[in-house]
Design a protein around this ligand. Structure first.
Ligand SMILES: Cc1cc2nc3c(=O)[nH]c(=O)nc-3n(C[C@H](O)[C@H](O)[C@H](O)COP(=O)(O)OP(=O)(O)OC[C@H]3O[C@@H](n4cnc5c(N)ncnc54)[C@H](O)[C@@H]3O)c2cc1C
Length: 379
């Protein structure tokens, strides 16, 4: 019998597994359905890590996640895991007061931030030559683009060195939470655990339902395209708050362009994983509206992944019954907070951190709720 079994080897589950073995509280097993860690949403993400978040929990989690990403990068020796590209947020006049509050909050936390009028945007990034004159910019030079898969592999290596047991290609089919243990059914004999933490991303609700427990959680779909820009480009991470389109530099010729969010419930076992033709057209038009470099762009491929919505857009972290805990509900920005959230979830499950009441999975009276915009989730 394991002291703790963590289900899900994405960024959240791997971070939880590492924190659990580091705390040396007994035997820990990580179960992952795919043949490798970080194969689902964590592999599909744009990888933006930005301090431009409003909620105080998020601010702390981004800060702590940055420390954990740095530790993973140092342990792996992989210099490409973190890239400090800086992010330019482009806002319409209607966003000005919200952005002013965020800028003030960044300054109070001593995080570098500059407000740029359109002339400064064009001076600093001449290739943003088509940005609408009515937009203004907020420049956060310390923002990163991370490689979540590289992080997960490095964190997993470290956790295995500290004694973590891992079973890949192990899809949990059913959970039985009993008085003295949780029985985990999957391929082969059942696995027995004193405690189970379900960090299975957008599958988390389906898994707790096998134990008779429902969650206020809905998966929704979002898309990303990879473009080849012939001759290269000189652009930072750009987030256009007027349209929700975002650009992420991903190598000298490769640019990721995202949004295409679809705010209705999707089944993680049955949804279209390639990008829609309409999304690809939006990407082309959105890029051309910012930069003439868009004329040199060629679509390499596009894809779709799922994110998890909750009624208040805050994650669900904590117990759902005596022996079962969950960590889910990323609202589309679970990489930048993921290492810290995984760590917190493991510590709560092991009784090493107090349970914040406002994160309790059953804090809502009803499990049904309308999905609200998640694409602006970082604000
Ligand atoms: C297109 C796109 C772009 C994004 N861009 C960003 C971004 O720029 N910045 C940001 O912060 N966030 C971004 N996100 C959000 C981010 O990807 C997620 O918040 C994050 O990956 C959540 O991590 P996770 O570990 O909870 O989920 P996942 O990475 O999905 O991990 C869950 C794991 O559980 C496993 N699993 C599921 N069911 C079972 C089972 N029955 N048995 C065993 N294992 C199981 C799955 O195989 C999977 O590996 C983006 C998401 C998408 C889709």
């Amino acid at each position: 019998m394991y002291d703790l079994v963590i289900i899900g080897g994405g960024v959240w589950g791997v971070a939880a597994a590492l924190a659990a073995v580091e705390s040396r509280q007994g035997s820990v097993l990580l179960l992952e359905a795919q043949p490798a860690a970080a194969s689902e949403s964590s592999a599909k993400a744009g990888g933006i890590v930005s301090d431009l978040v409003a909620n105080p929990d998020d601010q702390r989690w981004v800060m702590r996640s940055r420390e954990l990403f740095r530790l993973a990068q140092a342990a792996s020796g992989d210099p490409t895991m973190i890239r400090q590209d800086g992010m330019l947020s482009l806002g319409p006049a209607s966003h000005r007061s919200v952005m002013a509050d965020l800028v003030a909050s960044l300054r109070s936390r001593h995080i570098p931030v500059e407000e740029w009028p359109i002339q400064e945007i064009r001076r600093r990034f001449p290739q943003l030559d088509r940005v609408d004159d009515t937009l203004y910019g907020v420049w956060t030079p310390d923002d990163w683009h991370v490689n979540p898969t590289a992080y997960a592999f490095a964190a997993l290596d470290r956790a295995k060195a500290l004694g973590l047991a891992v079973r890949l290609s192990y899809r949990v089919q059913r959970l039985h939470a009993e008085d003295r243990e949780v029985q985990i059914e999957g391929p082969g004999d059942p696995i027995h655990a004193a405690r189970v933490l379900v960090a299975a991303g957008t599958w988390t609700r389906k898994l707790t339902q096998t134990a008779g427990i429902d969650l206020p959680f809905r998966p929704y779909r979002t898309q990303l395209a990879s473009l080849d820009i012939s001759g290269g480009y000189d652009l930072p991470i750009v987030r256009n708050l007027a349209t929700d389109l975002y650009l992420v530099p991903d190598g000298p010729h490769n640019l990721l362009v995202g949004d295409g969010t679809q705010l209705w419930e999707h089944d993680p076992d049955d949804y279209r994983t390639t990008g829609d033709p309409e999304f690809e057209q939006e990407v082309a038009a959105g890029l051309l509206a910012l930069s003439s470099r868009g004329e040199r762009a060629r679509l390499r491929r596009s894809w779709a992944g799922l994110c998890g919505a909750t009624p208040d857009r805050r994650p669900l972290i904590g117990p759902v019954c005596e022996r079962l805990w969950v960590a889910c509900g990323d609202s589309g920005f679970g990489i930048k907070r993921g290492p810290a959230i995984g760590e917190l979830a493991a510590k709560i499950a092991l009784g090493l951190a107090p349970q914040p009441p406002h994160l309790l999975p059953h804090r809502f009276a009803n499990v049904d709720f309308p999905l609200r915009p998640g694409s602006g989730g970082s604000l």
